[in-house]
Design a binder for this molecule. Sequence first.
Ligand SMILES: Nc1nc2c(ncn2[C@@H]2O[C@H](COP(=O)(O)OP(=O)(O)O)[C@@H](O)[C@H]2O)c(=O)[nH]1
Ligand SMILES: [Mg+2]
Length: 705
Amino acid sequence: MKKSGEHSPLFLCLKLFEFFNEGGHSMKNFGSADVKIVAMAGHGGAGKTSIIENILYKAKVTTRIGKVDDDTSFCNYLDDEKKRKTTLNSKILSFEYNNKGIFLLDSPGYADFFGDTVGTITAADCVVLVVDAVAGIQVGTRKAWKEAERLGKGRAFFINKLDKDQADFEKTIEVIKEMYGKNCVVINVPIGEKGSLSGVVGVAHNTNIENADDAAKELADKYHTQLIDSVAETDDELLEKYLGGEELTREQVLPILERGVAKGEIYPIFCGSAEKDIGTQEFMNAIVNFFPSPHDVGAVPVAEGAPIPPEANAPFSGFIFKTVNDPFIGQLTYVRVLSGTIKENADVYNVTKGQKEKIGHMYVMNGKEQKAVPQATVGMIVAIPKMKVSTIGDSLGAIGSKTIFPAMQYPTPSISFSIHSKAKGEEEKISTGLHKLCDDDPTLHLEKNMETKEMVLSGLGDLHIEVALSRLKDKFHVEVEIGKPKIAYKETCRRSAEGHEKHKKQSGGRGQYGEVYLRIEPLARGAGFEFVDAVVGGVIPRNFLPAVEKGVVGIMTEGILAKYPVVDLKVTVHDGSYHTVDSSEMAFKIAGSKAFKDAFMKADPILLEPIMDVEVTIPDDLTGTIIGDLNSKRGRVGGMDMIGGMQIVKAQVPIAEMFSYSNELRSMTAGQGSYIMNFSHYEEVPAHLMTKVIEEAKTAELAEK
Ligand SMILES: Nc1nc2c(ncn2[C@@H]2O[C@H](COP(=O)(O)OP(=O)(O)O)[C@@H](O)[C@H]2O)c(=O)[nH]1
Ligand SMILES: [Mg+2]
């Protein structure tokens, strides 16, 4: 059946208009063997965006090379990215090059924005880890590798910044091989070093060898031998010949190398300098010629339902790896098409939510440019505006599909701030804005604390929160103040003690009467709360004991020393008395609560604080400084590890000392250090600090009254 208007003259005019309006780039539907989706990942500052800027220029997407340090970057186009001169959100760059469709995904490198990097790695078929030849493998790179490995993605390296004085190519290679094994294979080596870096030689084909000096020739030789060695090991037939002493020819080895890269079994290492635009062309050629395509990858793993082959004529399936909600550009949902074809103005099925979703237009994105396309086939990434039911992480399919792709795994938020509105009456606006930001960023959590009525925003680091709040201001026009992150102290006791309360009001009307004797005893850390009824002879009638327990639990939740919950103790009610007329649940609840307080204050009460496992990665020469600083933070250094030329210091530190650590570490290490932090356990707060926390809680309580 023909839909009305489908071929009307107006429709055709519009199509023609669209055709002639194609901008500097275009993207037709390629077969699944001719599309490459490549995510650039790795530590912040390694040069991911700069490399992409070079590629965009060579592919004629841009007319001059964009620079991240001035305002000309094509990728870092957001206002706050220009201000901070770094990538804060992932971007999709798309263009045609040598008859292939290329989608490059730029990712943020800093740990605070790793949530977005999880999305680009998920959407890509190959992940390129950009490594700074001076700093070596940094935390951000290790995390990205780990995630790519977990998802079984093809991987490659680009060793960047070889123009810099302290750059060390061979050491960086050594470290990569030490960490990620022999299947990491050097594909090109630099000609000249540092200031005199002038090009690269292709190790496999000896490309550009005519321009190489002796040192570069020697390097090429050395890594050629290693290449043969590594490649032979991935193929039984070759290995047999190789071990039999036969000299392998380039013709024998190259197809195996190419197949290994395409299958994600060999990890090629490229090199160069984004600053000097060296190594870019060789890298682009490799993407086009060897990197895995959706066809090479095959059907991707599913969480539910049947895997679908990555072919254009298979049923449609896709995965939402990113969403953007912006009051100015509206709402965009980014879909990686994993099989089949998705068409504009069609219905699809959101398999995760079990609901139909109507598609209107869709766009291929190239930085901030959008180009409407009538359809998208397997291997493409499209942005769809105004989706109604779909959210990040959902699987889409043809109507009736049951295929659901695995959920993305995000790091859990490690830092929280209380949020207060600057102006009166804007709580609603703040909450709406923050919820929208949280919808697009699963590592940003907003919670309302029911007891304090406070909004608490949690994220991966202080920069993460800072950026979210500046976006709240820019996009939703509300300003907030943030409170010192609340530390989740707990209260407990060190000794056993007896408590007693006779609650009695018997003057006029119906009286109140309840008497409770109880004993509290400390339990092991993490044991929680135990309530024992040891009342004999009915001195407290059975039906009032739940009320006593309620009273005890009530005051334990509320807190006694400084309004933090009381934990890890055993309460035994062993005596009491009652009155046949005046006793009530209320009276016993009050008696229970007061008897507990009485006992608790005699039981050597203390505060507990959260202790974190912290892993700091730093250049070796800063180890002393960092350990000294951790000691001054009441930290206990538990071990050290050298990985890839970087020192890893493991320590346990109270969270109270860690709130501005990302800034402090940045300044202590000139940006070269990084750390990860996870909750470990609770420990006693030292006496002098305990007094301070208790005083602060009292002041806060007075202020509230
Ligand atoms: N000397 C030198 N600087 C570079 C090179 N590549 C990038 N940079 C600089 O390093 C900084 C970070 O680059 P950027 O592309 O934003 O890194 P990203 O965080 O990985 O995207 C910028 O100041 C770049 O100008 C390079 O090859 N050599
Ligand atoms: Mg960047």
